[in-house]
Design a protein around this ligand. Sequence first.
Ligand code: GDP
Length: 134
Amino acid sequence: MNRTLLIIKPDVTERNLVGHVVSRLERARFRIVAMRLTRLSETDARRFYAVHEGKPFLSDLVRFMASGPCVPMVVEKENAVEDIRTLIGATDPAKAACGTVRNEIGRDIQMNSVHASDSDANAVKEIAFFFPEL
Ligand code: GDP
């Protein structure tokens, strides 16, 4: 078993699709370990995406992530980090494989509905960012 962090982004909470994403995760046999609804400040969003400092899209991304509520969650499964990246699909919904969450409900390369940690090391850091008690 391992754990990873998923964030349901503000474009999903805005469209009342949180339950849909949770259902996709549960049907794919991820167990929910922790979950909460929160609204990031721009300062927190910038801290979370510090790895993208210097990229041209960072300011827009930070504004988007702080634009409404999001739902960070910790999920558990064998091979969780890799399997969740497969389930959500490529960053750009237009390029994400058919049947992936981003292909299904993502709006564009920025408002792509969900974030998931991309490595075990980042999963540990990102889980601690939102759920220091775990
Ligand atoms: P991820 O790991 O698939 O989420 O992709 P990245 O770590 O490369 O990017 C982080 C987030 O930044 C993505 O999920 C998008 O929300 C946003 N993003 C990535 N690339 C672009 C881009 O070229 N333009 C814009 N506007 N946003 C982007």
